[in-house]
Design a protein around this ligand. Structure first.
Ligand SMILES: Nc1ncnc2c1ncn2[C@@H]1O[C@H](COP(=O)(O)OP(=O)(O)OP(=O)(O)O)[C@@H](O)[C@H]1O
Ligand SMILES: [Mg+2]
Length: 391
């Protein structure tokens, strides 16, 4: 079927517009969103999706779709699927009926309520490296054409460069901040060792200094692991291994780990999970990391004899859990900054040690589940963080 000239011109114009648009987006999620919507529009498809390829783990996983399903994100797609074939052969694919193709990965169809018939996919390649696959599904009328393939190939080439750019940009930004954060602890370690070498230092003073060095190295260690976690999450290369699990035991595990720290400050931990709270779905280890950080904050920034309460339940289309404390609270003007990297509320830094990365990590994990995290706080009364995850 030959396409009329004005219509094709219109599609080329749209392609040029998109290329400009892509070059100016440096945030991965919004970039991927633009790419899939553009891909769907210029090929007149019903839906589009992007899979990213992790060349260290040699795994392909689902990252974004025009009709998003939170359970799909992070899903690992086997290499003997159509998308896997595209990565291995570095060639585009056009199929008029996937149900007749034995490479078709049926899990995707089962997870989504979406029926796929025709499919076209191109590899996303930069500097000889495959970073992912761009797929469009169900051509509006008939099959995908050669023109469609050309268009998607051009878009794919632009998209690959843009994806690589966001990664490099994020990395350089994050590394600059990390190096800045290293300076203070390194300076104090350097001062401490200098003091230790002074002959006039008493034994007690020396012990005090050594204890400070010890604390500071523990903090540096925590900084390094938090930093790595965050860098991996931000690059979009982390996979979410979703499963169904009961929530109550997870809370008990966190309480077990944090219990002695709470006892030291005479803080009680209450877990209030309703009896009828069914099994929840998500990446158990990552959600545990979120709960651990929220509970550890609630203990760290609490007052002596305070209380920490964990609640959970269902609300509309989400399930949620919240962590409340009876601590210092957070001033209103600090609330918007809480989820920024390395941010710590002024005046509270002295109450407890921390890297200021915990909440940034939480936010990334929650967003990776398609959810959101909210905070309410009143100075002098306490704070509640609530995490909502779509069911
Ligand atoms: N429950 C809370 N009550 C009062 N302030 C809080 C609470 N939770 C977080 N904050 C404030 O927000 C800041 C950022 O929290 P975040 O968890 O990101 O970092 P952190 O606890 O300082 O360090 P880390 O979690 O990496 O050890 C904290 O330093 C603290 O100032
Ligand atoms: Mg924290």
């Amino acid at each position: 079927m030959l396409e009329n000239y004005p219509k094709r011109l219109e599609r080329y114009k749209r392609l040029i517009e998109i290329s400009r648009d892509l070059a100016s987006t440096l945030e991965l999620d919004s970039l991927l969103n633009r790419i899939i919507h553009a891909a769907r529009d210029i090929t007149e498809a019903e839906a589009a999706s992007i899979l990213l390829y992790d060349d260290t783990a040699r795994e392909l996983y689902f990252q974004a779709a025009t009709n998003p399903d939170p359970m799909m994100r992070g899903m690992v797609i086997p290499m003997d699927s159509i998308a896997g074939w595209i990565v291995i052969h570095r060639e585009p694919v056009r199929i008029s009926d996937v149900r007749k193709d034995n490479r078709y990965f049926k899990n995707v169809a089962q997870t989504l309520s979406f029926q796929t018939k025709s499919l076209m996919g191109v590899p996303l390649i930069t500097k000889e490296k495959v970073v992912g696959v761009l797929e469009v599904l169900n051509k509006a009328d008939g099959d995908f054409t050669e023109t469609d393939e050309d268009m998607l190939t051009v878009l794919g080439a632009q998209a690959a460069v843009a994806i690589e750019n966001t990664r490099l940009f994020q990395q350089s930004d994050l590394i600059a901040e990390f190096v800045h954060e290293l300076r203070t602890p390194l300076a104090s370690l350097s001062t401490a060792t200098y003091l230790l070498l002074r002959p006039e230092i008493s034994r007690e003073q020396a012990e005090q200094i050594i204890s400070n060095i010890h604390q500071e190295t523990i903090r540096l260690n925590a900084l390094a692991s938090s930093f790595l976690d965050l860098a991996r999450l931000e690059s979009g290369r982390v996979q979410f291994n979703k499963s169904s699990f009961p929530f109550q035991p997870l809370c008990q595990e966190c309480k077990g780990v944090l219990g002695s720290k709470a006892e030291e400050n005479h803080i009680s931990i209450e877990i209030n999970i309703p009896e009828d709270m069914p099994i929840v779905a998500g990446d158990r280890d990552k959600l545990k990391q979120v709960l651990m950080n929220l509970m550890s904050n609630a203990i760290k920034y609490n007052r002596a004899n305070g209380r920490v309460t964990v609640n959970a339940g269902h609300k509309e289309k989400d399930w949620f859990f919240s962590v409340s404390d009876t601590g210092y609270g957070i001033p209103e003007d600090a609330l918007p900054n809480l989820f920024q990297k390395f941010y710590r509320v002024k005046g509270l830094e002295t109450k407890a040690t921390g890297t200021g990365l915990g909440l940034s990590i939480c936010k990334q994990i929650v967003q990776g589940h398609g959810g959101r995290i909210e905070v309410r706080s009143k100075v002098g009364e306490g704070t509640t963080f609530t995490v909502y995850i779509p069911r």
